[in-house]
Write a new protein. Structure first.
Length: 722
């Protein structure tokens, strides 16, 4: 009612008197003072007004006939009307006036009253009324805002609670039940340690006590809290705590009267369990290899850095190992990536089992692992562990339902002997590993300064090889193939040589692997195609007109897809009959990209070029591809031929290969025949075509042409060793 500004609001006043003269003078006195005035000439009329309109003040004559002022007051109190009453009465009715005051009237005016007194009493009554309704409004507002706060607190996603100075809960919102399962009533009066996870108790106690010295400073702490049901995992909360200072109010947090005097701690606990898990997951993934769960390159670097610092400080030794699997690619290509992954996991597990707690094994990617081994007493310690690594891989792995053998080449670099910096140690371990690979794999090698020389030499070699192409230092040699039934050279295999300005002639095995690594093999192979075509034409011109030329083809070159076109174009350009050309591929090309290989070999066949399987029997593949590929010739690998030393013994692998060739109607060539014993055994087994030092070394084109012309004129002695 009185809630608008006083200046605008006109208090409603009801004047009640049965004497018209008194009523008129009252009206006259109060008129023009800012009141909204209504008059009633008796009790009945007053009640009518009161039941229709609300009034702020009733100036009420007590003594009236029929319906008296008391009756009007009764009406007001029965109806619970919110109106202030000032009663007026004559001197004789003083008792009645006192009764009216008791009945709740605000004031009493004894007739005849001076006008000042009237003004004062009416003014005060209205003032009082205004204060009362102001109070009521504030009380209502308080109630509303309290309800609001309560709502805010209870619907907060966080647990909000207060602790007394003794650490017991004095307040807690409903959220605690949802997140931890406790009912709030259960917790009130309990010590906070009931909900804190044991592992975090010390920290909880520390922050709680620390907070008691620094008021109004908020502190944050991350704590794990125990759910009511013990089988549930503790949840992690990020808790902000503010001290409630004893005896202060509005500027610190005030929750109930008790805090005001005793002080305590106000806390907001946010459940960060999920976020924390996600963070941990992200951090884990940033530092671990997902496949093997080993540390990754980043964590490896980190650990190595730490281990180096420690080794420097404690003057101890430390080993860095580079572990690279041999033949992993073959497994991956043949059995598929799933199997490759499974193999890597198993390898990781075995390697890890060889290590001490302080060692770190990590996977850099692919089939490369590294290990940091701190606190070694000497080189022997490192050798011991490297040896364990090698040994632990000896037993076959079970992958995709079949046994798979892998081995590893391991390089070891030692701090402080082989370097004092991270990069240096890792590089040197890597160099030692490559050295091991070149020494036949499946073992470990320590770094040695002389290896730096070797790897430097590699770089130089690669550069030189680049130049070799431009400078024309490459040359094709040819190793004749002899048909022992006629003693005639029926063909020759093209083998590349590098006429190195400083080193002299280098065998293909000495430089082609670098060419493969560096991609130089592609331009080199392009060059080779041209070179052999030119040479072939010279053979035909000089008597070797039915000679077959065999060429080796790098898997990389075949993989590129345009090999067939290139060969065909070269043959057409030089008008060479394709039937006199044989392409040698190893079994492994069938693994890399079998479809592409089949396609290209098929096209070669259609063109009339024949295909030989080189190094037969050493590759990874099984016999199954023999049916899938268009093959004309099998070359028995030199390693099988080499085993034939004793003329009386049996060599079942050789016999088996001969039987396969005969069974499938394929040509057969024996490679690397060096002794008469070998030649005889192979001939007896059924092989007619021989290639090897026993007959001829690979030779320059000029030499071959001489031989061929001699053969054509019928005077060649083919059985000599040259
Ligand atoms: P491959 O195809 O198995 O070639 C036979 C290798 O055995 C040749 O080595 C040859 O000189 C050698 N050899 C021949 N007869 C005997 C023998 O009686 N005893 C011994 N101990 N060795 C013998 P080379 O020329 O060093 O070639 C090595 C490999 O390099 C070849 O193995 C072939 O795979 C590859 N290669 C050679 N020339 C080329 C080429 O022009 N292009 C490509 N892509 N690869 C080539
Ligand atoms: Ca060959
Ligand atoms: Ca071979």
């Amino acid at each position: 009612m009185l809630n608008s500004p006083v200046g605008e609001y006109q208090p409603r006043v009801l004047l009640v008197d049965d004497e018209p003269r008194v009523l008129a003078s009252l009206l006259e006195l109060l008129n023009g003072r800012g009141y909204h005035i209504t008059t009633a000439g008796g009790g009945r009329e007053a009640i009518e007004h009161l039941s229709r309109t609300p009034f702020d003040l009733v100036v009420l004559d007590l003594h009236m006939p029929e319906v008296s002022g008391h009756d009007v007051m009764d009406f007001i109190s029965v109806r619970n009307l919110d109106a202030q009453v000032v009663v007026t009465s004559g001197a004789t009715e003083i008792e009645a006036a006192i009764g009216a005051i008791r009945q709740g009237a605000y004031g009493y005016l004894r007739k005849p009253y001076p006008r000042e007194e009237l003004y004062k009493t009416v003014g005060n009554a209205l003032q009082q009324r205004r204060l009362e309704s102001e109070n009521q409004r504030i009380a209502q507002q308080l109630k509303r805002s309290e309800r609001m706060y309560r709502y805010l607190v209870d619907s907060s996603p966080d647990i909000i609670y207060t602790l007394g100075p003794d650490g017991c809960f004095t307040f807690i919102n409903d959220r605690v039940q949802q997140l931890l399962g406790y009912r709030r009533e259960e917790l009130i009066g309990q010590h906070y340690s009931t909900v804190v996870y044991e592992g975090d108790m010390e920290r909880a106690n520390y922050v709680f006590n620390e907070g008691r010295t620094a008021f109004s400073q908020s502190r944050s702490v991350e704590l794990r809290l125990k759910p009511l049901r013990a089988e549930n995992e503790p949840r992690t909360f990020s808790i902000v705590m503010v001290m409630i200072q004893p005896g202060t109010d509005s500027d610190s947090v005030k929750l109930d009267a008790r805090h005001k005097t005793e002080g305590g701690t106000y806390c907001v606990a946010r459940d960060v369990t999920e976020r924390k898990r996600a963070d941990e997951q992200i951090a884990y993934q940033a530092y671990h290899d997902i496949l093997t769960e080993l540390p990754n390159r980043a964590l490896f670097k980190d650990r190595l850095g730490l281990a180096l610092l420690q080794a420097k400080r404690n003057e101890t030794n430390l080993a860095v190992m580079f572990i690279d699997l041999d033949r992993f690619k073959v497994v991956n290509d043949t059995l598929g990536h799933g199997a490759g992954d499974a193999l890597l996991q198993q390898v990781a597990t075995r390697l890890k089992a060889c290590l001490r707690r302080c060692d770190t094994l990590s996977r850099l990617g692919g089939d490369e692992f590294t290990a940091v081994l701190p606190e070694l007493s000497d080189r022997q310690d490192a050798a011991l562990i490297a040896g364990k690594f090698v040994d632990c891989l000896r037993q076959p792995f079970q992958v995709a339902g079949q046994p798979v053998h892998v081995s590893a080449s391991i390089g070891v670099a030692l701090y402080p002997y082989d370097g004092s910096q991270q990069e240096e140690l890792v590089r040197n371990a890597d160099i030692a590993m490559y050295h091991m690979k070149s020494q036949g794999k499946n073992g470990y090698a320590f770094f040695h300064a002389s290896l730096l020389e070797t790897s430097y030499q590699k770089i130089v070699l690669e550069h030189d090889l680049h130049m070799a192409l431009e400078r024309g230092e490459l040359e094709m040699f040819y190793q004749p193939q002899v048909d022992i039934s006629t003693q005639k050279i029926i063909g020759a295999e093209a083998l590349m040589r590098w006429n190195h300005p400083a080193r002299g002639f280098m065998g293909a095995g000495e430089f082609l692997p670098f060419a493969e690594e560096s991609g130089l093999i592609l331009p080199i192979s392009d060059w080779m195609l041209e070179a052999i075509c030119r040479d072939f034409l010279e053979w035909t011109a000089l008597g070797g007109d039915s000679m077959r030329l065999s060429l080796n083809i790098s898997p990389q070159y075949l993989d590129r897809g345009d090999f067939f076109e290139k060969l065909k174009n070269a043959l057409v350009r030089h008008q060479i009959p394709p039937g006199q050309i044989e392409v040698e591929v190893t079994e492994n090309i069938c693994i890399r990209n079998p479809q592409n290989a089949i396609d290209q070999l098929d096209k070669l066949c259609q063109l009339g070029v024949s295909v030989a399987i080189d190094d037969f029997g050493t590759g990874y593949s099984s016999l199954s591809y023999l049916h899938r590929f268009p093959i004309h010739t099998i070359k028995i690998d030199r390693s099988f031929v080499m085993e034939i030393q004793d003329s009386g013994a049996q060599f079942p692998v050789v016999l088996a290969i001969v039987a396969i060739a005969q069974g499938l109607g394929l040509n057969l060539v024996s490679e690397g025949v060096e002794t008469a014993v070998q030649a005889k055994y192979l001939a007896d087994a059924g092989c007619r075509i021989m290639q090897g030092f026993l007959y001829h070394q690979p030779m320059a084109q000029g030499k071959l042409v001489e031989l061929l012309s001699a053969q054509a004129s019928g005077g060649a002695e083919l059985h000599t060793l040259n």
